[in-house]
Design a protein around this ligand. Sequence first.
Ligand SMILES: [Zn+2]
Ligand SMILES: [Zn+2]
Ligand SMILES: [Zn+2]
Length: 197
Amino acid sequence: MPGLRLQPGVAGARKRAQAMRAAGRAAPAKPHHPEAFPRHRHDHKACVSDAVDAAADLCMRIGERFTPLRRRVLELVWSSHQPIGAYAILDKLREEGRAAAPPTVYRALDFLLAHGIVHRIASMNAFVGCTHPGEAHAVQFLICRGCGSAAEIDDDGLSTALARAADRVGFAVESRVIELAGLCAGCRAAAKATPAG
Ligand SMILES: [Zn+2]
Ligand SMILES: [Zn+2]
Ligand SMILES: [Zn+2]
């Protein structure tokens, strides 16, 4: 469609909504919160391909190379919505027979992190893919203890409130980690559906 520019993630969400309608299921009236937890059963391949497309796009825009290793590391981070540690990434690469030296893999991860293509979950020392890399956003995470998934809530109001609160006491913020633990809607629904005992 000329003149209509869609972000890969948005295009993917739209494609998924179309597929859902085609399958006779009611698509959500609006993407209620693109950063929120995905449904437990969803087309995760679409998540991965959206993420890889978005990263390739971003690298092209900023004139960086999206090397095969950077791409593979990103795909591994996106194996699921659960944060994954650097060691697990190294293990998976070894299983695939890629003789990637740890420092090379760490450099690839650093690159993805530096460009906001992945985020680091400090409390788990693990990484999770960003759903909209290349856009400036405040990041706060919800981490589900049920399914282990992490989801971004990118609430600028919250960031502004924190910045103001710090400023009031003359505090210069250097790093900011906001991670909330709990149960996602999918896990809460599953817990309700399965009677205890
Ligand atoms: Zn997914
Ligand atoms: Zn993000
Ligand atoms: Zn969950």
